[in-house]
Write a protein that binds this ligand. Structure first.
Ligand code: 5GP
Length: 203
């Protein structure tokens, strides 16, 4: 069976990743499985264990690292975040496409260990607009917003290492662009090897 595609999405805090993802994951044609990460950060109001994250303490996370259970992990603003490998391998082998929503350090680790992974970076239309969106939320104080903007600057500087950049001007357009990228990727020669082998074998 044809293996599924590993899709890795990143983008700075405030860029609107969550909204885009909700639309994207629900596209039945994409046959997507969403990987739930493990984290040591505290659960936020409204979050659900096992749905948003598997929330664990630091010793449990460090044990998972030692046991080699994580495809990648990173420390982000004082907390660990990581992707458990087991479910992903299963899904990919069943031909399902798998979506990871992770930060930049983790995404670059995935690219190293899985060179066929598709790395997509969601960028704001401008840095100004990102700052406006973060301040507009009014859920964080100025210091927190400035910390997030400093991190965003670092992340944007790494965006050129991704395979594709999607600009989130409007959610509809960003989701459509993501769909296009994933669809086109299916027909890349790399991903059509099995088909070509079969056609050539029977020629
Ligand atoms: P938040 O705390 O806002 O949910 O997430 C903070 C950052 O961690 C986001 O950029 C998110 O994409 C990233 N993140 C979530 N899960 C993972 C993961 O499994 N691995 C890595 N490397 N980053 C993650």
């Amino acid at each position: 069976m044809k293996k599924g595609l590993l899709i890795v999405l990143s983008g700075p805090s405030g860029v609107g990743k969550g909204t885009i993802l909700k639309e994207f994951v629900n596209d039945p044609e994409l046959n997507l499985a969403y990987s739930v990460s493990m984290t040591t950060r505290k659960m936020r109001p409204g979050e659900i264990e096992g749905v948003n994250y598997n929330f664990v303490d630091r010793p449990a996370f460090e044990q998972a690292i030692r046991d080699g259970e994580l495809l990648e992990y990173a420390e982000f603003v004082g907390n660990y975040y990581g992707t458990p490998e087991e479910a992903i391998t299963g899904w990919l082998n069943q031909g399902k496409n798998v979506l990871l929503e992770i930060e930049v350090q983790g995404a670059l680790q995935v690219k190293k260990s899985c060179p066929d992974a598709l790395l997509i970076f969601i960028a704001p239309p401008s840095f100004e607009q990102l700052a406006q969106r973060l301040r507009g939320r009014q859920t964080e104080d100025e210091q927190t917003v400035n910390n997030r903007l400093a991190i965003a600057r670092g992340e944007l500087a790494q965006a050129q290492q991704y395979d594709y950049i999607v600009v989130n001007d409007t959610v509809e357009q960003a989701v459509e662009d993501l769909d296009c990228i994933v669809r086109a990727n299916r027909f890349q020669t790399n991903n059509m090897k099995e088909f070509l082998d079969e056609v050539n074998h029977n020629a």
